[in-house]
Design a protein around this ligand. Structure first.
Ligand code: NAD
Length: 359
């Protein structure tokens, strides 16, 4: 079967880093029999400039027809003055909503070669490999009613609603358990069930879904303790699953444990496992066009795509091993450079990964 991949480079460093990821995909096609068909589309500021919309109809159709989507990044100074409805970021949010990408996977992996980049002690983080599964399309960020109202005494009151249906909890639970089956088979569900009824239900549904995955061990943790444990002893976690807002906060905290924004991939999946894959960083307009950006987060996003949407775990392992191998060789882009390493450009890093793949 030919894998249909929609490639949306976006803005800023997006095209440069996506270019290197495509070289990796082409190597998998030419040397390892990976059948693929790549189609390019515009998204974000580039799409707005060309068509007046950050998510043109043609891009949406392309994304809908694909088996998986690879995205660079969107945004830049030149579009900051635009009305919020047509800002580049709307392209990204539109894709997530239109494709119902409710399951956000954010790994926090610290390659042992980069352990000194973390603000935490090396012993605490070296070898870190956590997968945070964040519910992305529900919870307090979307719940109604919401707003700011004026009370009878004239005082203003802000309000939002934390709300989850059982079916929404069930589908994110299945997502987390299925991922755990491909890893160390441990899921920690993070909630605040001692205070919030909504997450009491969350916990109950997690327990129910867990029965379908007898090989996976489920544990529960209150979010305040989870935040503490993430910086105290992060290696205790395998898969963490949590609500939209808790996941937003905990995944940034976990990402920072690794200290290197240019290294972290992410995925957003729908119910059938189709997904959009992108680095967690933005379009880095300050370094765009200079051939200095780190392409490894995007290349590792390709590995996630192979594993989670295209059922090619062996190829995913191969890509991740190749990334480990270039780090072993001491090759570093500017963002992860240290005195004892060798500084390389974006394209040199991409070429080194391709060379390592072929070994
Ligand atoms: P950013 O992640 O783009 O950059 C933050 C810092 O990290 C910058 O100094 C940048 O040079 C550096 N950096 C980021 N990626 C790098 C890489 N691969 N290699 C080396 N250095 C890298 O965040 P920002 O500066 O807050 O935002 C810039 C633009 O990106 C804004 O328009 C913002 O809205 C957008 N943004 C987009 C996404 C996305 O597309 N998913 C995410 C975050 C921000």
């Amino acid at each position: 079967m030919t894998n249909k991949i929609a490639v949306l480079p976006g803005d800023g460093i997006g095209p440069e880093i996506v270019n290197e990821a495509i070289k990796v995909l082409e190597c998998l096609r030419d040397d390892f029999g990976f059948a693929m068909d790549i189609d390019h589309g515009l998204v974000g500021g580039a799409a707005y400039d060309a068509s007046g919309s950050p998510l043109p109809e043609a891009t949406l159709s392309l994304a809908k027809a694909a088996d998986a989507i690879l995205l660079g990044a969107v945004g830049g100074y030149q579009w900051e003055h635009l009305d919020i409805a047509v800002r580049p970021e709307k392209g990204l949010l539109g894709l997530r909503a239109e494709l119902e990408l409710f399951s956000n996977l954010r790994p926090a992996i610290l390659y042992k070669q980069l352990a000194s980049a973390s603000t935490l002690k090396e012993g605490v983080v070296a070898g870190l490999d956590i997968m945070i599964v964040r519910e992305l399309t529900g919870g307090i960020y979307f719940g109604q009613p919401r707003g700011i109202r004026t009370l009878e005494n004239g005082e203003r009151q802000g309000f939002n609603t934390l709300i989850y249906r059982e079916s929404e909890i069930e589908r994110i639970a299945h997502s987390a358990f299925k991922i755990a089956m491909k890893r160390d088979k441990r899921v920690c569900s993070v909630d605040k069930a001692n205070v919030l009824e909504c997450t009491e239900l969350w916990r109950e549904v997690m327990e129910r879904v867990a029965k379908s995955y007898p090989e996976v061990t489920l544990s529960h943790m209150y979010v305040d303790n989870a935040a503490m444990q993430l910086v105290r002893a992060p290696k205790q976690f395998d898969v963490m699953v949590t609500t939209n807002m808790f996941g937003d906060i905990l995944s940034d905290c976990a990402a920072m444990l690794t200290g290197s924004i240019g290294m972290l991939p992410s995925a957003s999946l729908d119910a059938s496992g189709k997904g959009m894959y992108e680095p967690i960083h933005g379009s880095a307009p300050d370094i765009a066009g200079k051939n200095v950006a780190n392409p490894l987060a995007t290349i590792l996003s390709v590995a996630m795509m192979l594993r989670y949407s295209l059922n090619e775990a062996a190829l995913a392992d191969r890509v991740e091993t190749a990334v480990g191998s270039v780090l072993d060789q001491g090759l570093r882009t500017a963002d992860i450079y240290t005195d004892d390493s060798q500084k390389v450009s974006t394209s040199e890093m991409g070429a080194a990964v391709v060379a390592a793949l072929k070994v």
